[in-house]
Design a protein around this ligand. Structure first.
Ligand code: SF4
Length: 410
C-alpha cells in the first residue's frame, strides 16, 4: 500500500506516515540557515519535531529526535536550496520549511524571548500557561498522563510567568508578521479549577484589541456554566483532552484526570459545550472539541470515540501517539500507519455526515494533528453538498474577521 507513488499522490497519507515513522535528516539539510524553525524537542507536551509544509498546503510537525525516527524510511534532503523527501531511497516529493518569523528572535519589552511566551504550531499561535500542571507535582506520587512531557519541559522552553501584556505583545507581532488568525491557550490541571480564571483576562484583551479567534484547552471546569460566560465573552473554541475512550485505558494512561474528574465528566463537558453553539454571540464562531490520541488504544475504540463526539455536535481532534523521550511511554512503539488510515478516514466521514463546521477558520493550518478536512483523501466517500456548505461558511467567516480588524487575514 505504501510506496513513493502512493505517498506522492496522497499528501494526507504522507503526513500520517511521517507522524508514525518519523524522518531522518540528511547531512545536506541546513534547517535554520535556510529560514526554518528550530526543533523544540518536547515543547509543552506536544512533542515538537521539524515543522514542514507538505504539498497541498498540509502543515506538519515531523518526529526527528525520538529514537524511532532513526530507523525511518523517510529522509529529508536538500539540493540547491530545494528540500525533498526520499522514501526507501526514491524521491517522494518536494517540501517547504515552515518559515521562521523574525519575531522568533525578538524579546518582549520586559526582556523575555518571545518564543518563551508562545510559538507557532503550523499557522496559529500556541501559548502554554506556564504554571506547571499539578499532576506533575502531586504527592506522594506524580499522577501525570503517561504520554505527557509538560513537566519535563517547563522552565526549558517556556517562561515561568506570562503577563497579559507580554502575551498581547507576542500575539500582536504574530498577527502582524505571521498572519495568525487564531490563538490557542493550553493549561494542565490546577487545584481549585483556577485555569479559566487565569485565562479569561487574556481572552478579554485579545478580543477587545485584536479581534482574533481564541481557544482554550483545559480540564473540564466543575462549574460548566463558566463556559456560557466565556462563550458570551467571545471565546471560539474549547477543547477537552480525554485521549482514550476505553475507560480502563483512560484510567491507566491518565491517572490524574481519572482521579480528579473521570472520563464521564470529560464527556459531559464536551456534550455541554457543543450545545453552546446555539447561544450567542452570533458573530463569533464556536466549536467544542474532544481530543484523542490515536495509537494509545485499539483503533476501533478511537473510532467509537469519533462517532460519539460527532453525535453530540462536537468535533474530534485526533493526534498520533508520539513516544517522547523522557516520558513514561518513551519505550513504546509508535502506531502503524495502516492501522490508523481507517481512523482518520472515519474522522472525515463522521464530520461530513453531520455537517460539522470543519476547515472554516481562515489561515488555520495545524501541524500537530491531522485535521478532519485533511483526511478526505483517506476515504473513498465524497460529500459534495456538505463541501459546498463549508466553502460558503469559510467565506463568511473570512469576511467577518477581516471586517473587525484582523487585517492580516489572507
Ligand atoms: S493534564 Fe495530563 S496531558 Fe495535560 S499537562 Fe497535565 S499531565 Fe500533561
Amino acid at each position: 500500500m505504501l510506496s513513493p507513488v502512493t505517498l506522492r499522490e496522497n499528501p494526507a497519507l504522507l503526513k500520517l506516515d511521517l507522524y508514525c515513522k518519523g524522518m531522518r535528516l540528511d547531512d545536506s539539510c541546513f534547517i535554520e540557515g535556510d529560514g526554518g524553525r528550530q526543533i523544540l524537542r518536547t515543547r509543552a507536551g506536544l512533542g515538537s519535531g521539524l515543522e514542514l509544509i507538505l504539498p497541498r498546503g498540509l502543515w506538519t510537525n515531523v518526529p526527528v529526535t525520538e529514537p524511532f525516527a532513526a530507523a525511518s524510511p523517510h529522509v529529508l534532503h536538500r539540493e540547491g536550496g530545494r528540500y525533498f523527501i526520499r522514501y526507501r531511497g526514491d524521491i517522494v516529493t518536494d517540501v517547504r520549511l515552515s518559515p521562521r518569523p523574525a519575531w522568533y528572535d525578538a524579546r518582549t519589552a520586559s526582556g523575555k524571548p518571545m518564543t518563551r511566551i508562545g510559538t507557532l504550531q503550523g499557522t496559529y499561535l500556541g501559548i502554554y500557561q506556564a504554571k506547571v500542571c499539578e499532576y506533575w507535582t502531586a504527592k506522594p506520587k506524580k499522577t501525570n498522563c503517561k504520554f505527557c512531557s509538560v513537566g519535563l519541559n517547563l522552565g526549558v522552553d517556556d517562561a515561568d510567568e506570562k503577563s497579559v501584556s507580554e502575551v498581547l505583545e507576542v500575539v500582536r507581532r504574530a498577527r502582524d508578521e505571521s498572519g495568525i488568525t487564531y490563538v490557542d491557550f493550553n493549561t494542565g490541571h490546577y487545584d481549585g479549577d483556577t485555569y479559566l480564571d487565569i485565562l479569561e483576562p487574556y481572552l478579554v484583551r485579545i478580543k477587545k484589541e485584536l479581534g482574533l479567534l481564541v481557544g482554550f484547552q483545559t480540564p473540564p471546569h466543575r462549574d460548566l456554566s463558566r463556559y456560557d460566560r466565556l462563550r458570551a465573552l467571545g471565546l471560539n473554541r474549547v477543547s477537552f483532552c480525554f485521549e482514550a475512550f476505553d475507560p480502563e485505558r483512560f484510567k491507566e494512561l491518565c491517572p490524574g484526570k481519572h482521579a480528579e474528574y473521570g472520563l464521564d465528566y470529560y464527556l459531559e463537558a464536551v456534550r455541554y459545550c457543543a450545545r453552546l453553539g446555539r447561544s450567542g454571540p452570533g458573530h463569533e464562531p464556536w466549536v467544542a472539541n474532544g481530543e484523542l490520541i490515536a495509537g494509545l488504544e485499539a483503533p476501533e475504540s478511537t473510532m467509537r470515540a469519533i462517532d460519539w463526539i460527532t453525535s453530540v455536535g462536537a468535533i474530534p481532534t485526533v493526534c498520533v501517539f508520539r513516544p517522547l523521550v523522557g516520558t513514561d511511554l518513551e519505550h513504546e512503539a509508535p502506531p502503524r500507519t495502516e492501522q490508523l488510515v481507517p481512523v482518520f478516514a472515519r474522522l472525515y466521514e463522521a464530520c461530513m455526515e453531520r455537517s460539522l463546521p470543519i476547515g472554516c477558520a481562515p489561515n488555520v493550518h495545524v501541524s500537530l494533528v491531522m485535521l478532519p478536512e485533511e483526511c478526505g483523501s483517506l476515504s473513498p466517500r465524497r460529500f459534495p453538498w456538505q463541501s459546498l456548505k463549508l466553502k460558503a461558511m469559510a467565506t463568511l467567516l473570512r469576511r467577518r474577521l477581516a471586517a473587525r480588524g484582523a487585517e492580516a487575514i489572507r
